[in-house]
Design a binder for this molecule. Sequence first.
Ligand code: HDE
Length: 680
Amino acid sequence: MDDKDRALAEDRVDAGEAPLTTDQGIRVDDTDNSLRAGERGPTLMDDFHAREKLTHFDHERIPERVVHARGAGAYGHFKVTDPLTDHTIAQFLTDTSLETPVFVRFSTVAGSRGSSDTVRDVRGFAVKFYTQQGNFDLVGNNFPVFFIQDGIKFPDFVHAVKPEPPNEIPQASSAHDTLWDFVGLQPETTHMMMWLMSDRAIPRSYRMMQGFGVHTFRLVNAEGVSTFVKFHWRPLLGTHSLVWDETQKVAGKDPDFNRRDLWEAIETGDFPEWELGVQLIPEEDEGRFDFDLLDATKIVPEELVPVRPVGRLVLDRNPDNFFAETEQVAFHLANLVPGIDVTDDPLLQARLFSYLDTQLIRLGGPNFPQLPVNRPIAEVRNHHRDGYHQSVIHTGQASYHPNTLSGGCPVLAGEGAYVHYPEQVNGPKIRKRAVSFADHYSQATLFWNSMSAWERDHIVAAFRFELGKVRRAQIRAQVVANLNNVDHDLAVKVAEGVGVDPPPQGPVNHGRSSPALSQDRQPQSAATRKVAILVADGVSAADVAAVASAVDDIGAIGEVLAPRDGMVRAADDGNVGVTRALPTVGSVLYDAVVVPGGEESARTLAKDGLAVHFLAEAFKHGKTVATVGAGTALLEAARLDTGEGVVRGEGPADAAFLDALTSALAVHRHWNRDVDRVPA
Ligand code: HDE
């Protein structure tokens, strides 16, 4: 139990077996019938229990977040492994003996609180570190760049991406006229739109996505020397994505897909882990790049400044109550601890205002830092008083500084106080962007150049899908014209798909790339992948057992699916237990599918449309597909033969088959397949 967990223990309430009461502690013996004048008579105002119950219910909702409304959170801890002592006085980044409790909230951006998890969107990656020096919030995303350079544009961007005003359509989707109208007219969005059209925008799991602080921050050391820093989170399982067709189906089959995945992984002890990395840039190198470090639409390529791994984040505890914790958690970029400071990035500067401002309305007043999930483990002492939902009883006469009546307390901190970095600032008041912010295309091209062939195909398809949903032809044409500045071939391919004339040759592609940006080079591991084992009566129980145990050995999760729930009769001996019935799931909820042997089982499945579709769809989405012995009948029924990641065993499931299966499972997706012809 860490310090935060211990503190939260005091706030947890378990009704236990004691009797029901009102909020005033009065015992209640009937909560199903209101107090009325006669059995068929009107309800009486005297019924304080009914009135209190209804009133509380009527007020249960608070405003959802204006962006990032849909999210999931978890507790865990952070440990620094390579102390940053030369660069910062922040203890949690320098003291390797400390385990800092954290709360992390992942989110989508555009959708409402009840929208689906697997939409095409940026994902929020917000980390609250409960450090001994106070709370530090790293409120980042899973992309390293942003749509706009100046925070004053944020309301415009968000209005454009949110559902359209007349009818609030479409929900949680960027594929509509207003967003692309804005994008076409605002070239600074181009780099971010490349990320948004890439598979990064449809993560397989919150556990399999990178996180970025996005802005350039400062670290400040004991001598007061500042170093620019970019923060990176790298998932140990690698960064992996779904495919677009799959995400749309998952949104219907399991709208809670990413939320459930995080919850279940933590419940089963598969604790998600990330490495914290930093890119450190000495102050004197600020002018070294062909972009501005203060421009949040730019990355610092890892090939120019390597990412130094410095710590480890583990999420190991689910919240007790979604509303109390995940909904009420309040992140704020200005929650900084000594040794970390902000920069003049104009996007960052606007955020310094917005987060506190939004919490005041969302959480109903200035006392939200007292909510259990928001409370620091460091002690809080000040003269802030009163306000809605004040839950602390401040004793003493003086609530001002200076005072003698409380002995001058709380006294001003000498040691350990937060000191703002004394940056020299000077300049005329002016509404003007620096010319160093003017290049909107080079890094969009860099991103495109860094993609593998399959990633490029997915990007082109995403642009075609999104623009294909845009009704106004001139908006499509404007976006294609912008893309021509990124790469001519990309613009032509998109134009072809959306009925726009191909543009003339644009500026020449600079040819540079940053290999670290591709998902093709991500770590691969079968751990925590979900494997469907399709069975029916007459299946080979020996095959099922062999597959299940091999899957278990590599840390993956096997589930037995059959046309109906309960048990199926085995061909060899006894029965095989069913985890889920086929009609309740779908291939899109799994990472791989295995069809064990057994003549009768294979025959039944080959005639079952759901099972055939399951296999074909898994194949189409690049997943490992394996059959043993007679199980191959299902491949034939789906008109599939071979291809990368298709494992066929003669049967029974012997060591050679299981070896081939487990190697294939370690690969996230098999892209080298002819999938266009597969009707799924
Ligand atoms: Fe946010 N953003 N943002 N944002 N943001 C909010 O704060 C805002 C930006 C991010 O899980 C809001 O508490 C402005 C960049 C995350 O609770 C709001 C600007 C990045 C979350 C707000 C930005 C983010 C938010 C809505 C442009 C990545 C969810 C509710 C200047 C580095 C945190 C809330 C959670 C939430 C404003 C841009 C990340 C309205 C004005 C860039 C992860 O205050």
